[in-house]
Design a protein around this ligand. Structure first.
Ligand SMILES: [Zn+2]
Length: 134
C-alpha cells in the first residue's frame, strides 16, 4: 500500500471493459484501440455514417422537381400572377415543404423560378418569375 500525506492510496484494477465492434456488436479481441472486428465491418460502418450525413441527392432533386410541378399546376388552373393557396391543398398534391432551392426571407421560399410565401399557418401565396410566361 502507498501512503501520500499519511493517507493510504488504494489502487483498484479497473476491470477490463468488454469491447464490441461498432458495426456488428461482436466482442473484440486484440489491440485495445480496435473498433471493428474486420475490414468489412469498418467499411460498412463508414459507409453507413457517410450515407446518414449526405442526403440522397436523387430524392432531393425529385422532391424539388415535384414541388415545382405542383406550383406550375396551380398556375395553370388560376389566372392571377399572385395566388393564394391553402397549405392543405399543397400537401394533398404532395408538396414537400422540406425542400426549396433558395430562401428569400423568413417566410419566402424559392423553388427554382417560383416563390412560395407563407402568409399565415394555413395560407400561401405563389409568385411566378416575371420572365415566366403566364
Ligand atoms: Zn464487426
Amino acid at each position: 500500500m502507498i501512503f501520500i500525506f499519511g493517507l493510504p492510496i488504494v489502487y483498484t484494477m479497473k476491470k477490463e471493459e468488454k469491447r464490441c465492434c461498432q458495426m456488428c456488436n461482436e466482442n473484440l479481441v486484440g489491440r485495445i484501440d480496435k473498433k471493428f472486428c474486420d475490414d468489412q465491418c469498418r467499411v460498412m460502418f463508414h459507409n453507413r455514417v457517410r450515407n446518414e450525413r449526405v442526403p440522397d441527392l436523387k430524392t432531393i432533386s425529385a422532391a424539388l422537381r415535384k414541388n415545382r410541378l405542383i406550383l406550375e399546376d396551380f398556375r395553370k388552373t388560376q389566372s392571377r400572377t399572385q395566388r393564394k393557396i391553402q397549405r392543405t391543398d399543397l400537401i394533398q398534391k404532395g408538396y414537400n415543404f422540406t425542400y426549396f432551392t433558395h430562401h428569400v426571407s423568413v417566410n419566402h421560399f424559392g423553388v427554382f423560378d417560383v416563390s412560395l410565401i407563407k402568409e399565415n399557418q394555413e395560407e400561401y401565396s405563389i409568385l411566378y418569375s416575371t420572365s415566366t410566361p403566364h
